[in-house]
Design a protein around this ligand. Structure first.
Ligand code: MN
Length: 444
């Protein structure tokens, strides 16, 4: 898989320049000034081209000869005492199949031998690092990140296999949590069940800090305290995922703590679900993310209009950006080695300066092989709605009595992971999302 990634990357550079790519791998990170080690996670670009999941490595990719030089740290006996096994160069060779393996202190010598006329680095910091070894060779830190982005945004079949595996385990984790949930359980108990499923499949790296948000917490987009006792009659929103071989899954589901939706919960839920399903049905190559975002916003406003929470004509409501009060984040983002994966804004494309769509993380036409999340949501955030009720341009579209009734309701988000295919899409998320399916799962 990583060999294929290197070839893909080479194909994005012209071949005649005698140039090389220089990449540094991640180092172990510590908690402030202590020796507490955070779990190691390779830097995504380094992992993408090398497949090496160990700290303190570096790589040179020779664009002309297509040779991969792997640089590894020289470990001593002390390292073996504290961290275990010290590999020989031969063992690195067998494990990762580079064309050449060197100890990292041989980096200047190897560069001298290649005599590159240009060195592509991933960012200015890495450029600086390279120049500290070889100040006389010209470097560039824009072309590589652009090429890596172009390569990573379209997934290969092997990458899709990893994404499907991450999703499959995530499907199982969600189903177990929803099936076993009861009022009085704490938010962190959901995280415990979730983690148990993921870990038992060998998935040890979470894709992001999971959100387990009940009641009013469900309106906090990145709530991660997970300490509250879930109450009868409230909703529970979970947004969590783990990585398989570096590839993330990122789902969200919202369900009633007691296993039965109230009619208010059902009304808002159906508005979000209708929007989500409609957008997913529309996915195919050539469709633009910003159009899908607005489609979802409009459908959700239709739902709130039907419930009498907002009032006026749907066109005027959209025109006045009322959707941004209830749907303050983007419809979705690319997914891959990073949860918010690269490629959302191609060069020259800016964010849209309009409330409610500014935070959209991907603005481009979809192409086959892209993987994207679709995650519309409706939230009742007092900090947003209270001032809106005072604002004459917004107040006229809000049913104040109803809006007050929903303060404390929290929010609903439904998120699936979608592969764009030649003819449409493939949905990697298979957890119940129809209300009756969720109720059946929770009461069986
Ligand atoms: Mn997401």
């Amino acid at each position: 898989m990583h060999h294929q990634h290197r070839n893909k990357l080479y194909s994005l550079f012209s071949q005649t320049q005698q140039s090389i790519i220089f990449l540094e791998g991640a180092k172990v990170m510590y908690r402030y000034q202590t020796d507490y080690e955070f779990a190691f996670r390779q830097e995504s670009n380094f992992w993408y081209v090398s497949g090496v999941n160990e700290p303190d490595c570096a790589a040179i990719l020779d664009i002309d000869s297509k040779e991969f030089h792997l640089f590894v740290p020289k470990r001593d006996a002390q390292y073996a005492v504290w961290h275990g096994y010290v590999k020989s160069l031969d063992q690195y060779h067998t494990e990762y199949a580079p064309d050449h393996v060197h100890y990292i202190d041989e980096l200047p010598e190897v560069i001298k031998k290649i005599q590159p006329s240009m060195v592509f680095c991933v960012d200015p910091a890495s450029e600086k690092q390279f120049r500290s070894h070889q100040p006389e060779i010209p470097t560039n830190s824009e072309a590589l990140i652009e090429a890596l982005t172009d390569a990573r945004v379209i997934k290969t079949e092997d990458e899709l296999v990893c994404l499907r595996e991450a999703s499959q385990v995530n499907n199982e984790a969600y189903e177990r949590v929803i099936r076993h949930w009861k009022p009085g359980m704490y938010e962190y108990q959901a995280k415990a069940i979730f983690t148990e499923v993921q870990m038992s499949h060998g998935l040890q790296q979470d894709a992001y800090n999971g959100i387990y948000a009940s009641g009013p917490n469900s309106a906090i987009l990145h709530y991660v305290s997970n300490t509250r006792k879930t109450q009868d009659g409230e909703l529970f929103l979970i947004d969590a995922g783990f990585e398989y071989k570096g590839y993330a899954s990122d789902f969200s589901r919202t369900f009633p703590v007691n296993g039965r939706f109230t009619s208010d919960q059902a009304g808002v839920y159906d508005a979000v679900l209708t929007a989500q399903k409609q957008v997913i049905e529309a996915i195919k190559p050539g469709v633009r993310m910003e159009d899908l975002h607005m489609m979802a916003a409009r459908t959700m406003m239709e739902g709130l209009l039907r419930m009498g929470i907002i009032k006026g004509s749907l066109d005027d409501i959209m025109e006045a950006n009322i959707f941004a009060l209830f749907f303050p984040h983007g419809l979705g983002h690319f997914l891959g080695l990073d949860t918010h994966d690269v490629g959302g804004y191609p060069k020259g494309v800016e964010r849209i300066d309009r409330p409610g769509i500014f935070y959209l993380r991907a603005r481009r036409e979809l192409e086959a092989g892209m993987v994207i999340t679709i995650e519309p949501g409706i939230y009742f955030v007092p900090a947003v709605l209270e001032p809106a009720l005072q604002d004459p341009t917004k107040r006229m579209f809000l049913n104040a009595e109803k809006v007050h009734q929903f303060m404390g309701f929290g929010g609903i988000r439904i998120e699936d992971d979608i592969v764009v295919t030649e003819n449409g899409y493939e949905n990697l998320t298979h957890i119940a999302k129809e209300r009756d399916e969720i109720e059946r799962l929770m009461n069986s």
